[in-house]
Design a protein around this ligand. Structure first.
Ligand SMILES: [Zn+2]
Ligand SMILES: [Zn+2]
Ligand SMILES: [Zn+2]
Ligand SMILES: [Zn+2]
Length: 713
């Protein structure tokens, strides 16, 4: 699919969606259709959390398409009606339950049983007639054909009434259909959860004598005192089950856990009806004998038609029936889902949507490539960026390098990725807009943004131009910005950043092959400077010859150092010496070569992030030598204190550089003709590039030709 949830329709919508089988819900901007002739658009006020929502967000029924926004117990207030809408006007209170469409012509539809129409459209997670996905009520607003919109009765509470749209009709409809709605009828209700507790109230309102079956004896008090049931049976107690034999005209079984039904059939009178509304996974064990002897019926029932749902709401209003609810803000929804799994709710969660949902603040549409889950596969995403603030520079992205970090983050290998994520922190572009107080840039300027787009600007690190060590730094992608929204990187059409974090692009520095300097360049330049390895004649080692390493060699050579490359691939010797002008090459797997290198180097920049021994590297240092790590191996390093003490050597780490130093590095690179060796790719090659990067199959950096290959929809 090339369109995104946000771009397929003209009206922006905002909700909570699950992205993968974890079922975790997070904010999603998507879109809803314009109001059609027969459509009613309404602001969502409340939405109940149905047990189905839980199954679907985790794809337990196998047909979930992500992202999915659940919710089919939706109550709201009408904000717009189509020209041919007859029953509703702006300001009306309305509800939408489990259905938003059906064929309107089949036998089911013409007899008001839309729930059994083979072409019906569920309120969320099914394709609508226009081919787009439906999104449920965990969202700011809904739009539906008026046929599927219910008039909300005057005196029915909006919050506690919401669950009736699924739980209410699911129990009301079978009570009616199977004739269990007559005063004095003896009705059993199995299970006392979201459905069961409403079933008891419905049956009582019809005048039935109600028996609750539960495996939890502790629920007896609630059943009898709270819900006014007449009898309570512990269904695990054989004596009690025995005593109930042949006493009930009908039973509504709401339990979806596997459970025996033979004892329930036994509890029926002759002609009794056992109606299943829960969905146990395993096939039922039914003996024909138990049905034949007493002409008993075993049946199932699913929700109800629209006409009957309206009738049910009016009935509930008349009899004061609501669900027992716990009202929650929308950002509590993941906790609510966890509690629902443990049946830890009396009896239904209802989301106070209107008072707790926050629409995304950003007004400017942006377009990029994003990973949606740990597969790390990137696909087009429409998102948004903030308007240009006083100190902001907005620029069109021309090129963006693919850093090895991008690969780790899209797959959530460091554990903090929030999806969707748009990577990229080696970004070069051209300014399209500047805020009123921007001093250093004007429209048309070539600029760069590296790994940072924000920092506190006041701590010790910030005050001394080391923003990279600020505790409150905001990285260019996948970080929470100061306004609470997520940052999106340079695999996108444009960027916006405070001018402090924007770099002036030197005249004669190529835009494409210069881009990787914004991460790989500063990561190697900064430690060479800081650790005094920038003096002519200094003997510098560079470990690893990849994206970082090859730039480290060029930087060190430009400082006038004598450079030794360490690599485990002897095949790289030619590239190191001839291509990158390194002075020496050491195969770090060759003990003789390593032995020969002992005590020869003033400093080493170690760019390798795979686990590798560092003792031999410490041995290669002269006294006072410095081993600086810029790669981050997963395992702790093995360092013998002895190897540091004898020679006063040090092991240090270094991470990118401050903004001032990054500017200095770019100017230095321009002056010395330093760029990365790159392979330029179109943005739709990015997944293949990531695969190749994983195998180190690139000399040495992929750079995305963003402006020439990204296609906004
Ligand atoms: Zn439901
Ligand atoms: Zn139909
Ligand atoms: Zn990087
Ligand atoms: Zn700071």
């Amino acid at each position: 699919m090339t369109t995104s949830p946000e771009s397929e329709h003209p009206i922006k919508a905002y909700g909570y969606a699950a992205r993968d089988t974890s079922g975790l819900l997070s904010p999603l901007t998507f879109s809803r259709r314009a109001t059609g002739e027969k459509d009613v658009r309404f602001k969502v006020l409340y939405c109940g959390i149905c047990h189905s929502d839980l199954h679907v967000v985790k794809n337990e029924w196998g047909f979930t398409k992500y992202p999915i926004t659940p919710g089919h117990e939706i109550v709201g207030v009408v904000t717009e009606v189509g020209s041919k809408v007859e029953k509703f006007k702006i300001g009306d209170k309305v509800g939408v339950g489990c259905l938003v469409g059906s064929c309107r012509s089949c036998q089911g539809c013409v007899t008001d049983y839309e729930q059994y129409c083979p072409k019906n459209v569920a309120t969320y997670g099914t394709p609508s007639y226009d081919g787009t996905q439906t999104y449920g009520g965990y969202s700011d607003h809904m739009v539906a054909d008026e046929h599927f919109v219910l008039r909300w009765p005057e005196n029915l509470p909006l919050d506690a009434g919401a669950p009736l749209l699924c739980a209410g009709i699911t129990t009301y409809s079978p009570l009616r259909y199977f004739g269990l709605d007559k005063p004095g009828t003896k009705v059993g209700v199995v299970g006392l959860g979201g459905l069961g507790h409403v079933a008891v109230k419905m049956a009582k309102a019809f005048g039935a004598e109600v028996t609750v079956f539960s495996t939890t004896p502790a629920k007896e008090k609630e059943a009898i005192e709270g819900l006014k049931a007449d009898h309570f049976i512990n269904s695990k107690d054989e004596h009690q089950m025995q005593a109930a034999r042949g006493t009930l005209d009908g039973i509504i079984d709401t339990v979806s856990g596997n459970h025996p039904i033979a004892p329930l059939l036994n509890a029926l009178t002759p002609h009794g009806k056992l109606v299943l509304v829960g969905l146990p996974e395993k096939p039922l064990d039914v003996s024909a004998f138990s049905l034949i002897m007493g002409r008993k019926t075993l049946a199932g029932s699913s929700i109800g038609g629209l006409k009957e749902t309206q009738e049910m709401l009016d009935f509930a209003a008349k009899h004061g029936i609501t669900a027992d609810i716990e009202i929650i803000p929308i950002d509590y929804v993941n906790t609510a889902m966890e509690r629902l799994v443990k049946s830890d709710v009396r009896y239904r969660f209802v989301i106070d949507v209107a008072n707790s949902i926050k629409a995304e603040k950003h007004p400017i549409k942006a377009y990029g490539y994003a990973a949606r889950d740990t597969s790390g596969l990137l696909s087009p995403l429409t998102f948004s960026r903030r308007a240009t603030g006083e100190k902001d520079v907005r620029f069109k992205v021309l090129y963006c390098g693919i850093c090895h970090s991008d690969l780790h983050v899209v797959k959530n290998e460091w554990g903090f990725t929030k999806y969707p994520i748009t990577p990229g922190h080696e970004i070069v572009g051209v300014v399209t807009e500047v805020g009123s107080k921007v001093e250093n840039f004007k429209i048309g300027d070539k600029v760069g943004v590296g790994c940072l787009v924000g920092s506190c600007r006041s701590c010790q690190s910030c005050a001394s131009d080391y923003e990279q060590y600020c505790d409150k730094q905001v990285q260019t992608y996948g970080f929470t910005n100061f306004d609470g929204t997520q940052t999106y990187g340079g695999y996108s059409d444009h960027m916006v950043s405070d001018e402090h974090f924007v770099l002036r692009w030197p005249e004669n520095l190529p835009l494409d092959s210069g881009a990787p300097l914004l991460c790989a360049g500063i990561t190697t330049y900064s430690p060479l400077k800081y650790f005094g390895l920038d003096k002519p004649g200094t003997k510098v080692g560079v470990v690893g010859l990849g994206g970082l390493g090859h730039v480290a060699v060029k930087m060190a050579k430009a400082f006038g150092a004598e450079v030794t490359v360490f690599s485990t691939s002897p095949a790289k010797e030619k590239e190191a010496i001839e291509g990158l002008k390194a002075d020496h090459f050491v195969n770090s797997k060759d003990e003789l070569q390593m032995q020969a290198a002992r005590g020869t180097l003033d400093g080493i920049i170690d760019t390798v992030s795979a686990n590798h021994p560092i003792a031999p590297l410490l041995n290669a240092l002269t006294p006072h030598g410095k081993l600086v790590l810029v790669g981050a191996p997963e395992k702790p390093l093995e360092v013998a204190a002895f190897s540091l003490i004898m020679g006063r050597k040090l092991v240090a780490g270094s991470n990118i550089g401050g903004i001032k130093e990054t500017q200095e590095m770019l100017d230095f690179a321009a002056k010395h003709g330093i760029t990365a060796d790159i392979e330029l790719i179109p943005i739709d090659y990015v997944n293949t590039a990531m695969e190749r990067l994983l195998k180190s199959d690139v000399r040495y950096r992929f750079v995305i030709d963003v402006a020439n290959s990204i296609k906004a929809e």
